[in-house]
Design a protein around this ligand. Structure first.
Ligand code: G
Ligand code: G
Ligand code: MN
Ligand code: NA
Length: 253
């Protein structure tokens, strides 16, 4: 309850901020995307992790307001970067399952329009929990979003319950291999087998594949040899404030 009321205040007091973590092409080594990650600079507690406050926001329903703030801020930032003549790769935003309702396509159209951002500039990251059950309205909302030009990525892949059948049913263009399978590469045989299976499957389904949580050069070269498309992780960069991400883009890393 304490966090909930403080979180409401945080929205009013501008204590929230988006950090950006680059996604890097394993072929070219260049930045080909970014994931926006929410940060809360609490005046007393310091940096509060989204791992702590997102679950609270989801339970209380505050996630809708929080999620709208994130979409608004991501679009505002993309617009600002475009105005500064930066060549911007797509920016991915995390969506909680509760944000995925009938009005989401309309909300997306509205925020994109107000900031004059092309839908191709924004990617939406969803988790497997949304797919389980395969609700028809979820499929049709996804189809609407994709028809608008937005791309969908499946986050934390491999940790939930989605099967091959699910993957075929949903219009998802990118799979993100969960960090928990990347940690053991290339020494843990089981992790290697899982990573290999996910990449092979994604290739068959013509999906882009992003490995999360890449921290070592050995992990990177193993993933590159597998044919993985992109990496995201501390090896290249932690999530950083917008100014720092902008600097990375300008340096053409
Ligand atoms: O940035 P960090 O690794 O601490 O994030 C922890 C968790 O919080 C991750 O699961 C991440 O997906 C989630 N998260 C970060 N930002 C957002 C956001 O804007 N919206 C939602 N729904 N989840 C987020
Ligand atoms: O659930 P999601 O994939 O959205 O969350 C991403 C989380 O992973 C963020 O909290 C981010 O800070 C964290 N993260 C990103 N790269 C790395 C990494 O290389 N190592 C570790 N341990 N965490 C990472
Ligand atoms: Mn994510
Ligand atoms: Na993830």
């Amino acid at each position: 309850l304490r966090i909930e009321s403080e979180l409401r205040l945080a929205l009013q007091r501008n204590e929230l901020q988006l950090y950006y973590q680059p996604k890097v092409s394993l072929r070219s080594g260049r930045i080909v995307g970014a994931e926006a990650l929410l940060r809360w600079r609490h005046p007393v507690r310091g940096m509060v992790s989204p791992g702590v406050f997102i679950p609270v926001a989801e339970e209380t329903g505050l996630i809708l307001e929080l999620g709208n703030w994130v979409l608004e801020e991501a679009c505002r930032q993309v617009r600002a970067w475009k105005d500064a003549n930066l060549i911007m790769p797509p920016v991915a935003v995390n969506l909680s399952a509760r944000q995925f309702d009938r009005r989401l396509p309309e909300r997306m159209a509205d925020v994109l329009q107000r900031h004059q951002v092309q839908p191709e500039q924004i990617m939406l990251e969803i988790t497997e929990s949304l797919l389980v059950g395969g609700a028809e309205n979820v499929v049709s909302i996804m189809n609407e979003l994709v028809a608008m030009g937005l791309a969908l990525a499946l986050d934390d892949f491999g940790t939930g319950y989605s099967s091959l059948a699910y993957l075929k049913k949903f219009p998802i263009s990118t799979l993100k291999i969960d960090r928990s399978f990347v940690i053991g590469l290339p020494y843990e045989e089981n992790d290697c087998a899982i990573a290999r299976a996910i990449v092979t499957m994604a290739q068959q389904l013509r999906q882009e594949i992003v490995a999360e949580g890449v921290e070592t050069a050995e992990q990177m070269s193993f993933l590159r040899d597998l044919g993985c498309d992109q990496l995201q992780g501390y090896l290249f960069s932690q999530p950083v404030p917008a100014e720092d991400f902008e600097r990375m883009l300008r340096e053409g890393k």
